[in-house]
Structure formats: structure tokens, C-alpha cells
Design a protein. Structure first.
Length: 315
């Protein structure tokens, strides 16, 4: 029989036959399968048509299998066991996993997450490898083609082929040196925001596109003295000059401390500059056991970092 011809048959019928052979009773088979006795009887009728055999003969104390049914019993057990193994979720053991995960993460975020993540991998999954790419405009499509396993980004998504998990809210702030003339302010005005030159992170410029036009216009009116994709360079310039940059407090506290930066609230008309850090992956990998484990590990590491930042801010 060709595999295509199997579509004419209901696999549940073979399960019913297997249970009937075990129980030799319609009532006990119905109880075991949580079905009515009439449903079992109908299934038995269909099985008799398929195998062109009586299969069972009624006796005072139950059903007696025919010789054909007894011939089927051993083969049926093997066949159903094989099907069970095919459809079962494979066991996943991080200690023996040798997979390489390719991820796309914004660079300033990667600097915060990767050290702790790799430390955990060395202990929990020593053979797993990570390949990190910077976030780019092709990252979403790269997940669809399998070039990327997942990404962490702040871009609003509307694609039905991608899953997402919110990690943390992102609210824009203005980062500046602790010695900046505006460092003691709680919030900048529009004119103050535009009165000093800015450093622009190229990923931030891409991330600003989805926001309202008047916010985008205000951002566009900045005097951007330097554009870079290197967050270390951006923070270094801001720490040594009176330049400012639009950034976020989330996942940035240790970098701000290292470069002696402070954060001031954006002008009121720019308070819409907010989004979410989110983990994104393609639906093809949604139920992959290794992928699910890695997503949970990465999410856990992000949440641990956020908890540490909250404790530092309170202290």
C-alpha cells in the first residue's frame, strides 16, 4: 500500500482495534477510550469493512478475536508505537545540545545581556554556541529565511508569520554628561532639546520611524554632530562633550555609570517616543524544543538584568 492511500483511513480506528484486542469487551474499551459503547460498535463495523473480516465474535463473557485479528495484534502494537514516537515531542537536554543559535540584537543591549547569558550557557548547556549579529532592517526577513533564530528589537510588528514576547517597556530619555548645563533638570523644553548638538545612534534613527510625524520632525531638527552604530563611541562622545543623545534607561544603567551619564526627560511633545523591547522569532521555530528552551533562557537573563537595574536605582 502506498503512503498516499492511508489518507482514506482514520488512525483512531486502529487505536480502537488495539484497545478492543486488549479488553475483548465493547463496554471496557468504551470506558478506556472515554467513548460511548455505540461509538465503539460503529468503529468496529468500519474496521470489519476495512479488513474484510469479522475480527471479533460475540461470546457470553465478551468478544473473541478471530485468527485475522490475532495476526493483526502484534503488527498493530508495533505500528502504533512507531506513530507515537513520530508525533511525540522529543526530549531536550541542554547538557547535550550542540546547536548554534544566531540572533540579532541591538549592540548596546548585547553588551549588557551576553556576558551573563554566556556564563549560564557554560554551566547549563556547555556545547551550545551563539552567533550575534547587529540589528538591521533585514533582520525580520532573515528570521523568515532561517538565517536568524530570533531577534531583540523595538520595532512595532504587524507580520502574522512572526511571534513576539514583550521584554520591557522602552521610554525615551535624553542622555548627557553629568557635567552638562542641563544635567540637574528633570525635563527639557523643546528649545533646550534643540540648543545643543546631538549624537545619533543609527539603530535609534531607524527605530524612530514608526513614531508620530511631529515627534519625527522634532528629532529631524536636531543638529546631529555624529552618527554612529557604535554605542561605546556614542557614549564616549556624550560623556566628554556637551552633546546629547536620545536613549533609554532600560538595560543602560551600567553603561551610564561607566560613562558618567545622566538622564533627563524628553520635552513634553516628545513623550510619545516610547515602545517595547521585544523578542521576535518566526512561527516555524515556535514549537522547536531547543528554540523554546533558548528563548526562555534569554528572557530570564533579560528579566534578571532589569531587576538588578531597579535595585541599583532604588539604592
Amino acid at each position: 500500500m502506498k503512503p498516499d492511500s492511508l489518507r482514506r483511513y482514520d488512525l483512531n480506528l486502529l487505536v480502537t482495534l488495539h484497545v478492543l484486542l486488549d479488553e475483548c469487551s465493547v463496554s471496557r474499551a468504551a470506558e478506556r477510550l472515554c467513548l460511548s459503547q455505540s461509538a465503539i460498535s460503529r468503529s468496529l463495523g468500519r474496521l470489519r469493512d476495512i479488513f474484510d473480516d469479522e475480527l471479533f465474535v460475540r461470546r457470553p463473557h465478551g468478544l473473541q478475536p478471530t485468527s485475522r485479528a490475532l495476526e493483526l495484534q502484534a503488527e498493530l502494537s508495533d505500528a502504533l508505537g512507531m506513530v507515537s514516537r513520530v508525533v511525540a515531542t522529543p526530549d531536550f537536554d541542554p547538557q547535550t545540545c550542540t546547536k548554534e543559535f544566531t540572533i540579532s540584537v541591538m549592540e548596546h543591549l548585547a553588551m549588557q545581556i551576553m556576558p551573563g547569558l554566556l556564563d549560564r550557557l557554560c554551566r547549563e548547556a556547555p556545547h551550545v554556541r551563539i552567533r550575534v549579529h547587529p540589528w538591521s532592517e533585514t533582520s525580520l526577513n532573515d528570521m523568515a529565511t532561517g538565517k536568524l533564530d530570533l531577534s531583540i528589537n523595538i520595532i512595532p510588528l504587524s507580520r502574522s508569520d512572526l511571534h513576539k514576547q514583550i521584554i520591557a517597556p522602552v521610554e525615551g530619555v535624553v542622555l548627557m554628561s553629568r557635567n552638562h548645563p542641563y544635567a540637574s533638570l528633570d525635563q527639557l523644553t523643546r528649545s533646550q532639546f534643540l540648543s545643543y548638538p546631538h549624537v545619533g545612534l543609527t539603530i535609534a534613527e531607524y527605530a524612530e520611524k514608526p513614531f508620530a510625524s511631529h515627534v519625527a520632525m522634532l528629532l529631524a531638527n536636531r543638529e546631529v554632530m555624529l552618527s554612529t552604530s557604535d554605542p561605546h563611541l556614542a557614549f564616549e562622545i556624550v560623556s566628554r562633550t556637551d552633546a546629547m543623545m536620545v536613549g533609554t534607561m532600560s538595560f543602560a544603567s551600567s553603561l551610564m555609570a561607566r560613562y558618567k551619564l545622566t538622564a533627563v526627560a524628553l520635552p513634553e511633545e516628545m513623550r510619545q517616543l516610547r515602545s517595547n523591547y521585544q523578542m521576535t522569532w518566526h512561527r516555524l521555530m515556535h514549537r522547536d524544543s531547543a528554540h523554546m528552551w533558548f528563548r526562555n533562557l534569554l528572557l530570564d537573563e533579560c528579566h534578571m538584568l532589569l531587576e538588578q537595574e531597579v535595585k541599583q536605582q532604588v539604592a
